[in-house]
Write a protein that binds this ligand. Structure first.
Ligand code: DC
Length: 245
């Protein structure tokens, strides 16, 4: 059976770490769709395109030579053969990416590539046809609304700010949290204008990770998988923290 797992959530919800771990546990491919929006932003900058010029951004993204590596042990992003894995994580790109991610023509193009990657895993991609975990903001609702398992990963704003502050600044003290606020609160407000990722759509299970560590959150997602796609899930895990939409 080919399994498609869609995971959405806001910044700092732990989506990437959880999605990678779930893919690893189940032997699936892993697609980071946020990295595709980041790569598009990097590419526009690299090409000298003004991010405020929507038509120029659309044209640049349409010819972006993007290659996504979907091994959850070493996910990679290449543009024109150049490894941009580190370059797309800089504060400069994090600050600018919403301008590209709110361009509706860019979203159409990247969704087309995302669906192609998901369909490729159903055939004979990295996973050998086992399937894929795709994470982002609109995977459960627009990119793959017919996925076998759909999860919205949430966490309180406080928990998300503290988590990202520890990642970026190595501390969750007041100064570090304030320095992180733009990355979480402003960006999610901008991104919310084009995607709904704070409330689960019908049929999407919610996992709230505010009080859970990584392992517990992974187990909660695996428990959803065990319920909705029992043939695919490992049988030795019992999860917590999940509520139905
Ligand atoms: O998850 P992230 O921070 O790497 O996402 C980067 C940006 O891309 C963020 O501003 C939200 C946007 N995004 C989106 O609009 N739709 C997706 N499916 C994934 C990410």
């Amino acid at each position: 059976m080919t399994l498609v797992i869609a995971i959405d959530g806001p910044s700092g919800s732990g989506k990437s770490s959880v999605s990678k771990a779930v893919a690893r546990r189940l032997g699936l491919a892993y697609l980071d769709t946020g990295a595709m929006y980041r790569a598009a932003t990097w590419w526009c900058r690299h090409q000298g395109v003004d991010l405020a010029d929507a038509a120029a951004v659309e044209a640049a993204v349409a010819r972006m030579p993007l290659e996504m590596g979907v091994d959850p042990d070493s996910p990679s992003v290449h543009v024109g053969g150049e490894d941009v894995g580190a370059a797309i994580r800089t504060t400069e790109i994090s600050t600018a990416v919403s301008a590209v991610a709110t361009n509706l023509a860019v979203r159409d193009e990247l969704r087309r590539l995302q669906r192609a990657a998901i369909d490729g895993e159903k055939l004979d991609g990295f996973s050998g046809g086992r399937g894929i975990v795709a994470e982002g903001r609109d995977i459960t609702t627009v990119v793959a609304p017919d996925a076998d398992v759909r999860v919205l990963l949430t966490a309180s704003e406080e928990a998300r700010l503290a988590r990202r502050a520890r990642e970026l600044h190595g501390s969750d003290g007041a100064g570090a949290v304030e320095a992180t606020r733009d990355q979480i609160v402003r960006r999610d407000a901008d991104d919310s204008t084009v995607s709904q990722f704070h409330v689960a759509a019908d049929g999407v299970a919610t996992v709230d990770s505010s009080e859970l560590d990584l392992e517990q959150t992974v187990n909660a997602v695996l428990a959803v998988v065990a319920e909705l796609a029992p043939a695919a899930a490992p049988t030795d895990e019992v999860g917590t923290g999940r509520t139905d939409a």
